[in-house]
Design a protein around this ligand. Structure first.
Ligand code: GLC
Length: 567
């Protein structure tokens, strides 16, 4: 038994060496290593919001050629797979999450030829491409919907959800849209309502119609043939609705849009979604592809449902439980890590994305944000599981929401202002260098570049060994080369420590210690390593002055120490 001792405290921890074979490994013919791990279990994923990553044609909006031009940067950073938020033809009401053609590229982002070039160049560098598949709804400009709304007997009528109102000016039920107001819109052509969980310009597809299922499954085949390695499935929770359209129970209070809170009993997480996921997974398996889910699960029981029985649904349902830890609390993180480790599938860790405030600001205290950004990297990039990064996180990009309503671009920010300012703040242009527009574009960008680009940008941080970027690179390199970090199991240590979150990653006789100081004061932690034949740890990555001497690790405020136990 290894004992970890904080200077003031001695706490026993459970044995770990006897269980040091990689837990949770899945066997498969396509496994890439002796542990049965598959490519997506070893890969580091990176979300690109294409409007904001790199603008090659200087129109103020990012594009595919821009992404291609940055593949070397991504490779050097340590990224193995890029998830590109929707780049398909779209009226851009929800900035691409309203797709009007699932099998093409929006001219704003380039062409299919540009996509093919990007795919070839990515493959050359060993980078997989993951597309964002908007499964719940299409755009109201999609040819399927245009036909559907044209008459009650149209060929595609039943591809969407149409109903009569309850009475004059009364929608079929009380369901409200996630983006505000009723989720039903009356269409005058046929005098029936159609259902939209998001904007009215995003009508929900009717997944109870087998023709919809076939068409959507074919879309995935079409992209797999073009070299795509998987999909991030958008809004899967909302795929099905109660066939009887029963009213949702109303809860006390109102949301930012002024709508009454409701329990989404009849229009979210219906069991039928799992049939669809099993089907999509079958197709994915034929292509050695991965399915990532936008799954807003409330607990591990819900997360397990998305893995499916025997892991036959999503390989990587996103664990947003982690993003709900809104303070630097070792106890809270320990709880969430333990929970996700107890789940029935391989863990996925996410700390930021295009819909939520960046982790830089969620955890940052305004004074030590860079240290805290490194702390978060030290945490989620060293856990057992697949991390999904968000562009700009690696340079410490700050969430920069608009300060005036008239500057808001995201429609929910317009309708919800000032309570809901929208998601522009986490979607600002990537900060490449100190030049005008942060090197993102020579034209004025679609969203303003945050003032922090002068201090936080790729060019400057690449030269600074103490930068957030340099730390990310160091940890990502370790993650790819250190067997314990790649395949080892996870064992928490010193579970009562209120300041330092510590754990071991152990693979056979290789043991890595990760110690994360979540407090603003220096911490000294002592480990009784000798009991297990180790005498100290060799530092692999540490921030600032954090270091080890014999069995004592000293970690600076908000510091990280990662070390390999040695004899
Ligand atoms: C998902 C996307 C979000 C989008 C919504 C509707 O939640 O992440 O950006 O607005 O789906 O498609």
């Amino acid at each position: 038994m290894l004992v970890l001792r904080k200077v003031s405290q001695i706490i026993s921890i459970s044995a770990f060496l006897c269980v040091s074979i990689a837990a949770g490994a899945q066997t498969s013919a396509k496994a890439v290593d002796a542990e049965g791990h598959q490519w997506w279990q070893h890969a580091v994923f990176y979300e690109i919001y294409p409007r904001s990553f790199a603008d090659s044609n200087n129109d103020g909006v990012g594009d595919l050629k821009g992404i291609t031009s940055k593949l070397d940067y991504l490779k050097d950073l340590g990224v193995d797979a890029i998830w590109i938020s929707p780049c398909f033809p779209s009226p851009q009401v929800d900035f691409g999450y309203d797709v009007s053609d699932y099998e093409d590229i929006d001219p704003m982002y380039g062409s299919l030829t540009d996509f093919d070039t990007m795919a070839t160049e990515a493959k050359r560098r060993g980078i997989h491409i993951i597309l964002d598949f908007v499964v719940n709804h299409s755009s109201d400009q999609h040819k399927w919907f245009l036909d559907s709304k044209s008459s009650r007997t149209a060929a595609h009528r039943d591809w969407y959800i149409w109903r009569d109102g309850k009475g004059p000016n009364q929608p079929p039920n009380n369901w409200t849209s996630i983006f505000g107001g009723s989720s039903w819109k009356l269409d005058p052509t046929t005098n029936q309502y159609y259902y939209h969980m998001f904007y009215a310009a995003q009508p929900d597809l009717n997944w109870r119609n087998p023709a919809v299922k076939d068409a959507m499954f074919d879309v995935t085949r079409w992209w797999y043939k073009r070299g795509v390695s998987g999909f991030r499935l958008d809004a899967v929770d909302t795929l099905f609705e109660d066939p009887q359209l029963r009213d949702n129970p109303v809860l006390p209070g109102k949301n930012a849009f002024g709508d009454p809170h409701e329990e989404s009993k009849y229009n979210q997480k219906l069991p039928e979604v799992h049939d669809v996921l099993r089907g999509l997974r079958k197709v994915a398996d034929e292509h050695n592809a991965v399915l990532i889910g936008e799954t807003w699960t409330a607990d591990i029981a819900e997360l397990n449902k998305y893995y499916g029985e025997g892991n036959n649904e999503l390989q990587l349902p996103m664990d947003f439980l982690f993003t709900k830890v809104d303070k630097l609390s070792p106890a809270e993180f320990r709880k969430q890590i333990a929970a996700v480790n107890s789940a029935s599938g391989w863990p996925t860790f996410v700390i930021s994305n295009h819909d939520i405030v960046r982790s830089y600001d969620r955890y940052g205290d305004g004074q030590h944000n860079d240290q805290i950004a490194k702390l978060m990297a030290g945490l989620y990039l060293t856990l057992r599981g697949t991390p999904i990064m968000y562009y700009g996180e690696e340079i410490g990009m700050k969430t920069t929401p608009p300060t005036r309503k008239e500057d808001v671009k995201d429609p929910i920010g317009k309708t919800g202002w000032p309570k809901e300012k929208g998601r522009d703040g986490e979607r600002t242009p990537m900060q490449w260098d100190e030049s005008d527009n942060a090197g993102f574009s020579q034209a004025s960008p679609w969203l303003p570049v945050p003032p922090t680009y002068k201090t936080h940008n790729v060019a400057d941080e690449s030269k600074d060994p103490e930068s957030v970027l340099s730390f990310y690179k160091k940890v990502l390199k370790l993650r790819h080369t250190n067997k314990a970090l790649l395949d080892g199991n996870y064992t928490p240590v010193n579970e009562n420590d209120q300041n330092v979150l510590s754990y071991l990653r152990a693979y056979k006789d290789q043991v890595v210690l990760v110690a994360l100081n979540m407090s603003g004061a220096e911490q000294k932690v002592s480990f009784e390593m000798s009991k297990h034949g180790f005498s100290t740890a060799k530092s692999l990555a540490a921030t600032g002055k954090s270091s080890v001497s014999g069995e004592v690790v000293t970690i600076e405020p908000y510091g990280v120490f990662i070390g390999q136990l040695t004899k």
